[in-house]
Design a protein around this ligand. Sequence first.
Ligand SMILES: [Zn+2]
Length: 417
Amino acid sequence: MQENATAHLRSRCRLCTAPLRHSFVDLGLSPLCQTHIEPEQLGAPESFYPLHALLCDRCWLVQLEEFVAPSEIFSEYAYFSSYADSWVEHARRYVEKMCKEFAIGRDGLVVEIASNDGYLLQHFVARDVPVLGVEPAVNVAKSAIEKGVRTEVLFFGREAAAMLAARYGQPDLLLGNNVLAHVPDLNDFVTGMKLLLKPGGVITMEFPHLLRLIEGNQFDTIYHEHFSYFSFLTAHRVFAQHGLRLFDVEELSTHGGSLRIYGQHDDDMSRLPTDRVTELLARERSLGYESLEPYQRFGEQVRETKRKVLEFLIMAKRAGKQIAGYGAPGKGNTLLNYCGIRTDFLDYTVDRNPYKQGKFTPGTRIPILHPDKIRETRPDYIFVLPWNLAGEIMQQLAYVREWGAKFVIPIPSLRVV
Ligand SMILES: [Zn+2]
């Protein structure tokens, strides 16, 4: 007992090595969120790991301890970006913008780290821009190559950067979306970016914004695969430490609120930092993100959310209602495990990704079925797990109104629509 309570005192910040002395939120024990259970594994036990986010009071990085090697988590990944329509469209608009703003053309090179199934690079390919994807998961990389997206299967870092630069040359645009959070060795990763980027080149990265996580109560975006959670202040510091300057930033609505940062070599004077950079740094400072206060309120807010979600589910089940889940995303598993929601509340969940269908959610073992099951069983409520895509999902499932079903969106605070 005492061991557990003080265990985190032994860990150190993955960025600045200061001892981690503060809890951000303790979500109990959870299995790895991408380890969906096969029917024949239902009789077997599962491994649960502490899901306790800690705060560094020197660099303000919110982080999880690393319990499992990334090679175990990411070598076969069930997340195919192409299954979310809005995500593919987001990528298309990004590519259009980059080609225009930074004159990326046929004589350039674009490298994407964690290129997934090529959902983004395919839009550069369509414009005849040479691309290279870097993706550690063999199965999703294979799907990219089938789309005609040149892809190397490897983990990115300093060593990989040197190899890639020698083999393919340095990129004019180096991007990485939703990868920074997954990186166990941040210093090695950003050093790799510095090495690989062409002089005069541009880096863009997108990652969930810690401010929005806190303000939007998005505790379910905390899971073992996400090692780090960044404010702009902390991101700015990480890149500066490695000789890269962030010259622009955009606040996006993706994943419940993300940042897109723009970086360049710090000796590159061709672009000056925009007002958006100074404004966001100042805003985060004035909100206290370089002090303990905003971080320390979060835990109780999360516990209250759990009580509210369970209150609704208990009430609905007592009234004899049938509830189906929608989606089996990583964030869903944090919510289900933390709140203890199993088939006692959700009869099943559905997912468009055929890779997940026929399996069961990790830890909570809710069957994941084809979306057609909803039309067949006509549930009273659809409990939407990927709440960040709620708009898109409610459109796709507009037909459930035929029998008067309602949507339940649990985050930021439970809504019945
Ligand atoms: Zn630190």
